[in-house]
Ligand binder design. Structure first.
Ligand SMILES: [Zn+2]
Length: 385
């Protein structure tokens, strides 16, 4: 606990309104559990307006999307002439990254090098999906295995830090591993499965600092107990250099991407297995999103996921509200996952109780790049491509 004393005065999150007192967007299902949400006169939230703005920047028709795809294919092929791979892709076993692999190989005829980050939490179904994709698409797979003792120490540190950003270390490592693999194999292009239609509406207050190595290192310094070993990471300079050297593409934004249809196609063509909720391909992510975040912070990430699908026309608001009235996932499985997470991370019952009871903190309570001119420079570079 000594690390806490070194922090600035504890920040108190705006008191979470009771469920019946929360104000909900009239278009999506985001509500005042996002402490920074803003509504317009018609009751539409700022996430919906941001979605519309970003959508307007995407190809306006299927033909325009196809032209964008073809332009990417030509550039990848030209830059990879004489080399074995056109690009690097991430492969988690989840639907978005799996569909990118299918799209690139089956429809675009590209030769991606697949990269999987094994952080020790893959479900059997995720492993099955990766094996099926590798076999069916004849992919070369490069697996980056994290050093478990020190990565577990980092995950413990984020729980003990009482911030809602406990998946930030894995998300940071995935991107760092993709960029490092691209450099190692002299590949200039990285293709991601991130997309607007299923991944918009995520509040900063719920999860922040994915690219911020200073934030991750400061949380670990204050709450960790051993040095990190071989953890893929990039400080701001490395990140800026990578963004300068590498081209990042998000092709799911250029096609009429529908998650339900993508799953059906993966099941039919690859023998892919459906793992249920979004990001439930990892046991830790399932527990973090479906148990830890809602119970400790009152943040239910299904709100953001459903809101994205409402805006993209894949889900009705009424159906989303019906889903949100149910528990995030089976309460008995939540209890089993809590025991499993505690045991796997080496957390005692008393430590888990302390983690549940500790007052919520936030990104701004720890040192980070935010506010520095370096950070503004990085933001500029990020939006440059
Ligand atoms: Zn909204």
């Amino acid at each position: 606990m000594s690390g806490l004393a070194a922090l600035r005065a504890p920040h108190t999150l705006r008191a979470m309104p009771a469920a019946e007192e929360r104000r909900t967007c009239t278009r999506c299902v985001m509500d005042t559990s996002d402490p920074e949400i803003v509504f317009d006169a018609a009751g539409v939230c700022h996430h919906c307006h941001a979605y519309d703005q970003r959508l307007a920047a995407l190809p306006a028709s299927a033909e325009a999307g196809q032209r964008r795809l073809q332009a990417m294919v030509e550039r990848l092929r030209a830059d990879a002439r004489g080399r074995p791979y056109d690009c690097v892709i991430g492969l988690s076993g989840g639907v978005d990254s799996s569909f990118v692999a299918l799209l690139l190989v089956r429809e675009l005829g590209l030769r991606p090098l697949a990269v999987h980050l094994d952080n020790g939490w893959d479900t059997e179904i995720a492993v099955h999906n990766i094996e099926r994709l590798v076999a069916a698409l004849d992919l070369d797979l490069h697996t980056v295995v994290l050093d478990w003792p020190s990565f577990a120490d980092l995950q413990r540190a984020f729980l003990l830090a009482s911030v809602p950003d406990c998946e930030v270390p894995t998300d940071h490592a995935i991107i760092a591993a993709l960029f490092a693999t691209a450099r190692r194999f002299r590949i200039r292009h990285v293709v991601l499965g991130t997309n607007l239609r299923t991944e918009s509406h995520l509040p900063r207050a719920w999860s922040r600092g994915h690219g911020d190595w200073r934030y991750i290192a400061s949380v670990h310094r204050r709450h960790g107990s051993m040095p990190l070993r071989d953890f893929p990471h990039q400080d701001l300079w490395r990140l800026a250099w990578n963004r300068w050297r590498l081209r990042v593409h998000e092709p799911l934004d250029w096609i009429a991407y529908r998650k339900a249809a993508a799953k059906q196609r993966l099941i039919a063509e690859i023998g892919w297995g459906d793992y249920g909720g979004k990001h439930h391909e990892s046991i830790y992510t399932r527990w973090y999103q479906g148990c830890y975040l809602p119970r400790k912070f009152g943040f239910d990430k299904r709100r953001a996921h459903c809101s994205s699908l409402i805006c993209s026309g894949e889900l009705t608001r009424a159906e989303a509200l019906r889903q949100l009235a149910e528990p995030p996932y089976d309460p008995e499985l939540q209890a089993a996952d809590t025991r499993y997470v505690a045991r796997k991370l080496g957390l005692s019952e008393a430590q888990m109780q302390e983690i549940w009871r500790a007052p919520p903190r936030r990104f701004a309570d720890y040192p980070s790049y935010a506010g520095s001119w370096w950070y503004r420079c990085w933001r500029w570079l990020r939006h440059r491509r």
